[in-house]
Design a protein around this ligand. Structure first.
Ligand code: NAI
Length: 334
């Protein structure tokens, strides 16, 4: 079976090649992202493997179908970048990797919160310039503080458990509350408003859906506690970035740490250091001393990469052998 990989990076190719020894597929790696311009590269490949910033819109999917594609194997948990209705209509099967290491992303969210709170990003730079001043570096004890977790699925619950270990009080929100988690952590499920009013730090772990898009907007931000830290490792468009910038400018929001950005497709994963940054909103974000941005690296651990490769290739093997597909995604029924 020939598999065309798009938007590939050296760090994952070697892992896929190693895991593929037990599967024996014919893997072909393309650096470019999958979109209307590049879909032609997948001609005669029965399987296309794509990542989070590929664009699988109706036209691209149509081109893949004409080229002989039968299976879209996402090597991601999120699938908001795929037009699932179009895929279903075209008869393209879509599978994903629903879980590869919730700890990878949860630990990254914790790293972002700790960095933001204790201003490690600033002290790192200062010390390298032999500036050992402590002015402006005061943080707070996280112990005893209240942390809001929005989305308590695999990643949100791993994050909540770590924060519980830090001695934080947890306020949880999810459309499907997990009673066992709440009792384990001595925490409560509350309304979003209660999280906004009570939490010193809020971490987002819901998927991007029409219901969660811009969940964090001007109204939500102004309801939040003064000086709150906002952590987003979910998806960029959970947050209205312009509204966030407004509230950072007033000082109401104490800081933001973002592993995702709503317009990240044109920025993240690539070296733009020789170019002029065209995205003025992103440029403004970069000017705040209390904003930390990482380029969607929450998943980037050895364990997660190994699991992504194993599940992706198992998904493809299941499709090839006509086994039941454990990780198929379909369009929601209307
Ligand atoms: P999950 O499916 O285990 O958990 C998501 C939770 O969100 C579920 O408990 C669900 O009930 C809840 N939820 C869904 N819609 C909701 C709504 N409208 N309001 C409140 N709660 C809602 O997913 P998992 O594995 O925890 O991943 C969460 C998200 O993290 C993914 O959807 C993805 O966008 C993001 N992610 C980011 C990565 C990164 O590298 N930064 C890597 C992997 C995932």
């Amino acid at each position: 079976m020939r598999v065309a990989f798009f938007d590939t990076h050296q760090f994952e190719r070697s892992v896929f090649e190693s895991v593929n020894k037990q599967f024996g597929f014919d893997l072909c790696f393309f650096d470019v992202r999958l979109n209307r311009q590049t879909a032609v590269l997948a001609k005669d490949f029965k399987v296309v493997c794509s990542f989070v910033n590929d664009s699988l819109d109706e036209e691209t999917l149509g081109m893949l179908k004409s080229g002989g594609c039968k299976l879209i194997a996402l090597r991601s948990a999120g699938y908001n970048h795929v037009n699932l209705s179009a895929a279903n209509l075209l008869g393209l099967t879509v599978v994903r990797v629903p879980e590869y290491s919730p700890f990878a992303v949860a630990e990254h969210a914790v790293a972002l919160l700790l960095t933001l709170n204790r201003k490690i990003h600033r002290s790192y730079q200062r010390v390298r310039e032999l500036n050992f001043s402590l002015e402006g570096l005061v943080g707070m004890d996280l112990h005893g503080k209240t942390v809001g977790v929005i989305g308590t699925g695999k990643i949100g619950s791993a994050f909540a458990r770590i924060m519980h270990g830090f001695g934080c009080n947890l306020l949880l929100f999810d459309i499907s509350p997990n009673g066992n988690l709440a009792s384990e952590l001595n925490a409560s499920y509350v309304t979003l408003e209660e999280i906004y009013q009570g939490a010193h730090a809020i971490s987002l772990h819901v998927p991007l859906t029409p219901q969660t898009q811009y969940l964090i907007n001007q109204k939500a931000l102004t309801q939040m506690r003064h000086g709150v830290f906002l952590i987003n490792t979910g998806r960029g468009a959970l947050v209205n970035t312009k509204d966030l910038i407004n509230q950072l400018k007033t000082g109401h929001i104490g800081g933001a740490a973002l592993d995702v950005y709503e317009e990240e497709e044109s920025i993240f994963f690539l070296d733009h250091s020789n170019e002029v940054l065209q995205d003025d909103t992103f440029a403004r974000l970069l000017t705040f001393p209390n904003v930390i941005i990482t380029s969607h690296q929450g998943f980037l651990t050895q364990e997660a990469l190994g699991n992504i490769a194993l599940t992706t290739l198992t998904n493809i093997q299941d499709f090839e052998r006509q086994n039941p597909l454990k990780h198929q995604v379909t369009a929601p029924a209307n």
